[in-house]
Ligand binder design. Structure first.
Ligand code: HEC
Ligand code: HEC
Length: 690
């Protein structure tokens, strides 16, 4: 795709010609507007317009800017600081979410420091056998903790899977059973009898969800901990299919982490204590935004303040099933989480999964370590965030999935940026958004060089790909449970949380502005809803919507074609091992290149007592009324009362996505049903290029 490279060069030249006001490096604490002059537009006129196709592939502007520059080059202002109230007023792309500075050291200062942060962040978050790798509730010291296990315990796991002797493909089987891909390289652990310090870490290979702990001096410890990739690691195709493909960090998860915890709990009892939490109900998803349980992270740090509120919110609705969001988009966001309720600058929560000592700090050992534990997050948060924001989406592999039809994709680019879905003759039954030009770009941002440089679309070309539209829930219409779970009761209960920056910065009225923006005190008259994501690499991030309820991009645009009960295709079992549980197929032969999504089977609905069919009746409670439904699906009942799955059949059943279950509805985005078949095809072709 030569057009792509050509455009990328233009973009890079533009980005690197010092057109940005480097301004001050300090955070203002109030998110005051920052003037960033994007410089002269590249030569373009009606005879020679800018190209329609091209993509920055996510990541962050700073990483482009610093490419090939000396270490002492000063890093400019973050372009996202332009996104404050009034940005893009009256323009095609509508932004109602806003930037907020939360700490003074966000700007790395120089390209050298940016690169150092990214490198340390990779070691911390991907871990992958690195010195400085972080693990669950254990920081990054390399010392074993409550939730780590020894390699010798790990080496016994096959005994719990119905084998008489260790299978030669044990490492592959673990990766399949838990749905966590083997890391792209390295990530060793010692096999029985091996000394990891004489064998370069050992000759076993861990999946991405796990890492062997190392001491700061590089010594391997033979202890294993859990990484962020238990939810945020995935796989698209094989390494040989194209640049950036294969196992990758920050793509849709594939795992069934509840199964992994239940298994590990059999060889390390303290990990079983985590298996009583239902961390997910369906393979490839998580119930992670348990606001009710987030309170627990801090509860022993300041029990008097946090205790009562943590208990009080247990009867609020659970946020339910969620599909981990895509990391390569983070550098193009100003808000994060599915309802946009936190600003991206509010970074502490991102390392909460590694908070040292949680959930017992302050209680065990006696004497409070809470301050030290918080400090670990402060000391590391810029590194992890810098690495996550540096990630890029993989390009559509033309050699494997077919050449992009450039003419059709160009038609799609025009539609994406200019087609008004609420034009009078379309009679769109969905309420029209208050602002923007009614196109895909009005919510998802502008990507096409031609529109990125058009002042009718963006205040500055540096806002390329920034999606900052929190679409009101009655317009987007996707399952509301995730949003309902972050209600005013939760906001009130979390006000004292350190993760919600109770220590400031504050607005004029004393509200902590890096806290929860669903709070009516901060939100003002903005309606509650879901944040439209940037669409970089969207072809590679199926399934779709915040709950992962829709298998393909085509079905996002065509609501009538969505399956009710479906299951992604699994890898075949190896010869002679028919009883093992396999993971979802990620080889590109399982990819549906015309609809953009992974292949799946549709399951039939029927009475619960008939074998082989799925119960598609709404839970009885839902038909009685939503109050009772919410009661049965509170944080406590939905997430805590969990019978860990052990039987292979139970583990296999968890691959089924039933859209009739709580929080798993597949409605919404129905305003795009007004598109014609030809328009849908052109838009799909265009999205392959992002
Ligand atoms: C148990 C699964 C799970 C684990 C473990 C986990 N995450 Fe997440 N993460 C999620 C889910 C699901 C969301 C979306 C939450 C929401 O919006 O409600 C998320 C959101 C995020 C986001 C915001 C992305 C965005 O664009 O909104 C970042 C950044 C992030 N996680 C980083 C991390 C890091 C770093 C770790 C490890 C220290 C980690 N996560 C561990 C599941 C997980
Ligand atoms: C009024 C705002 C709005 C418009 C217009 C809009 N979208 Fe969306 N779109 C959203 C929101 C919000 C979501 C996320 C919904 C959720 O996760 O519950 C979304 C989700 C998507 C997704 C799934 C992304 C993912 O990773 O899960 C795709 C693909 C998509 N939109 C494409 C389009 C295209 C193509 C158009 C134009 C035909 C379009 N959208 C128009 C707001 C909009």
């Amino acid at each position: 795709m030569p057009y792509n490279n050509k455009w990328l060069c233009t973009m890079l030249v533009m980005l690197t010609t010092g057109c940005v006001d480097t301004g001050s490096e300090s955070a203002s604490g109030t998110g005051a507007p920052v003037a960033i002059d994007s410089g002269p537009s590249p030569a373009a006129n009606s005879a020679n317009p800018l190209p329609l196709l091209g993509s920055a592939r996510g990541g962050h502007y700073w990483n482009n800017f610093c490419e090939g520059k000396p270490d002492d080059t000063v890093v400019p202002e973050d372009p996202r600081r332009m996104v404050v109230p009034g940005v893009n007023a009256g323009k095609a792309v509508h932004m109602n979410g806003h930037w907020q500075d939360c700490q003074v050291d966000d700007n790395p200062g120089t390209c050298g420091e940016l690169r150092a942060r990214v490198e340390r962040g990779f070691k911390l978050v991907a871990a992958n056998g690195s010195v400085g790798g972080g693990t669950t509730f254990n920081g990054s010291s390399g010392n074993p903790g409550l939730f780590t296990l020894s390699a010798s315990a790990y080496n016994r796991l096959w005994t719990t899977w119905g084998f008489w002797k260790r299978p030669a493909n044990f490492d592959e089987l673990a990766a399949e059973r838990w749905g966590t891909a083997l890391a792209p390289w390295g990530n060793p652990y010692p096999l029985p009898g091996e000394d990891p310090n004489k064998t370069n870490g050992g000759s076993g290979r861990l999946p991405m969800a796990l890492t062997q702990l190392r001491k700061p001096d590089g010594t391997w410890t033979g202890n294993i901990g859990i990484t962020c990739s238990v939810c945020h690691g995935g796989k698209v195709g094989e390494k040989s299919d194209g640049p950036g493909l294969g196992s990758m960090w920050g793509v849709n998860g594939l795992s069934d982490m509840t199964v992994m915890y239940a298994d590990l709990g059999q060889v390390q009892p303290l990990l079983a204590s985590l298996a009583v939490f239902s961390l997910n109900k369906v393979r490839g998803t998580g119930n992670i935004t348990n606001f009710q349980f987030f309170g627990m992270l801090e509860v022993t740090g300041h029990i008097a303040e946090a205790g009562p509120s943590v208990i009080a919110v247990q009867d609020e609705p659970s946020t339910g099933t969620e599909d981990p969001p895509i990391w390569w988009n983070l550098g193009h966001r100003v808000n994060k989480f599915y309802d946009g309720a936190q600003v991206v600058g509010s970074k502490r929560i991102e390392l909460s999964f590694h908070l040292p000592g949680a959930p017992l700090h302050g209680l065990l050992p006696p004497g409070s370590d809470w301050d030290k534990n918080k400090q670990w997050i402060v000391d590391n948060i810029q590194d992890s965030d810098a690495w996550i924001e540096s990630l890029r989406s993989p390009a559509w592999p033309e050699s494997k999935l077919g050449a992009i039809d450039v003419a059709l994709a160009e038609q799609g680019a025009v539609l994406f940026h200019t087609k008004n879905l609420w034009a009078a003759d379309l009679h769109n039954p969905v309420r029209q958004p208050a602002a923007g030009n009614g196109s895909c770009a009005s919510c998802h941002g502008a990507y096409s060089p031609r529109y990125v440089h058009d002042p009718a679309f963006l205040d500055s070309p540096l806002l390329e790909g920034i999606a900052a539209n929190i679409t009101p829930i009655d317009i987007i219409g996707t399952d509301s449970k995730r949003l309902d779970g972050n209600n005013q009761e939760i906001v009130d209960a979390s006000r004292n949380a350190w993760f919600a920056y109770k220590d400031g910065p504050f607005d004029d009225k004393g509200n902590p502005v890096c806290g929860n923006w669903n709070d009516s005190k901060l939100r003002g008259d903005r309606e509650l809803g879901y944040l439209a994501p940037p669409l970089y690499g969207v072809w590679a991030s199926a399934p779709y919507f915040h709950n992962g309820s829709v298998p393909s991009v085509r079905q996002v645009l065509r609501s009538s074609e969505r399956p009710e009960v479906w299951r992604r295709v699994s890898n075949p079992t190896p010869a002679g091992q028919s009883h093992v549980v396999m993971g979802f197929g990620t080889n590109l032969k399982y990819y549906d290149k015309s609809n953009l999504g992974w292949r799946y089977d549709t399951l039939s609905c029927g009475p619960w007592w008939l074998p082989g069919v799925q119960n598609c009746n709404k839970p009885a409670a839902e038909t009685i009324g939503s109050t009772l439904d919410n009661l049965l699906n509170t944080g406590l009942l939905f997430n805590l009362v969990n019978v860990p799955p052990f039987a292979d059949q139970t583990v296999k059943d968890r691959k089924v996505y039933n859209t009739h279950k709580y929080s798993q509805g597949n409605a919404g985005h129905e305003f795009s049903d007004v598109l014609t078949e030809q328009e849908v095809r052109a838009l799909i072709e265009y999205m392959k290029t992002l």
